[in-house]
Design a protein around this ligand. Structure first.
Ligand code: HEC
Length: 190
C-alpha cells in the first residue's frame, strides 16, 4: 500500500505539471508571436526611417533623428494591453535606455549564452500581472557607422556629434554580429 501511494503521488504531480505546462505553452506561443510581430513592425519602421534619414540628411543628422524619434516610434504601439516597448543595452548610448534589474539579468544571461557558444533567441518571463518578452538585438554592418570602432568605422564628425549629444556614450566599439542590446515588451496580463 505504501508503495502504491508513493508511486501515485509522483504520477498525480506529474499530471498536474503537464496540465499547467500546456496552458503555459499556449500563453508562451501567443505572446512570443505577439512580441515578434511588434518587434518586427517597430524595427522595420525604425530601420526604414533611419535609412531615409541617413540617405536624405547624412549620418550626422541621422543622430538627431535617433535622439528625437526612437522613443516616439516605439510609443505608437503602446496601448492598454502593451505597457511598454523599449530597447535597452548594458553598453547604452542614451542613459534613458539603461537596463533595470530584470533587464540587466536577462542581458547578462544572453551574454553568458554567447560565451558558451549557444545561439540566443527571444524569451518570456511571466509573473502574476505581466508578461515580459525579450528579443536580442545583434549588429549588422550598417550599425557600425554609429556603433563600431570609433577610430576606423565611425566618421570623426559623426563621433563628435554622438559625444555632444551623449557625453557618457558607452555604445561604440562593437563588431558585426555582436549582441548590441535587446527589445523588451511588457504585456499587461489583465
Ligand atoms: C546614424 C547613427 C546610428 C546608426 C546607423 C545606428 N544607431 Fe543605434 N543608436 C544611435 C543613437 C543616436 C542612439 C541613441 C537613441 C536614443 O537617444 O534613444 C542609438 C541607440 C541604440 C539602441 C538603444 C540602446 C542605447 O544604447 O541607448 C540600440 C539597441 C541600437 N541603437 C542598436 C542599433 C542597431 C542594431 C543598429 C543597426 C541596425 C543601429 N543601432 C544603427 C545611432 C545609430
Amino acid at each position: 500500500m505504501k508503495l502504491i501511494l508513493i508511486l501515485l503521488i509522483p504520477i498525480s504531480l506529474l499530471n498536474q505539471g503537464c496540465l499547467n505546462n500546456k496552458n503555459n505553452q499556449e500563453i508562451n506561443k501567443e505572446f512570443i508571436e505577439k512580441g515578434q510581430s511588434i518587434v518586427k513592425q517597430t524595427f522595420d519602421t525604425l530601420n526604414k526611417e533611419l535609412s531615409t534619414a541617413i540617405s536624405e540628411k547624412g549620418l550626422k543628422a541621422a543622430i538627431d533623428y535617433c535622439y528625437l524619434n526612437a522613443s516616439t516610434i516605439t510609443s505608437i504601439y503602446e496601448n492598454k494591453a502593451i505597457t511598454s516597448i523599449s530597447r535597452t543595452a548594458i553598453k547604452f548610448r542614451n542613459p534613458a535606455n539603461a537596463p533595470d534589474s530584470l533587464e540587466f539579468l536577462v542581458l547578462n544571461q544572453y551574454g553568458s549564452s554567447i560565451e558558451r557558444g549557444d545561439t540566443i533567441s527571444h524569451r518570456l518571463i511571466v509573473n502574476d500581472t505581466e508578461i515580459h518578452y525579450f528579443k536580442p538585438i545583434l549588429l549588422d554592418n550598417k550599425c557600425l557607422l554609429c556603433h563600431g570602432d570609433p577610430n576606423t568605422e565611425i566618421q570623426s564628425e559623426v563621433l563628435e556629434q554622438i559625444k555632444n549629444k551623449y557625453p557618457g556614450d558607452l555604445a561604440t566599439g562593437f563588431r558585426k554580429d555582436d549582441l548590441r542590446g535587446m527589445w523588451h515588451i511588457v504585456f499587461n496580463k489583465k
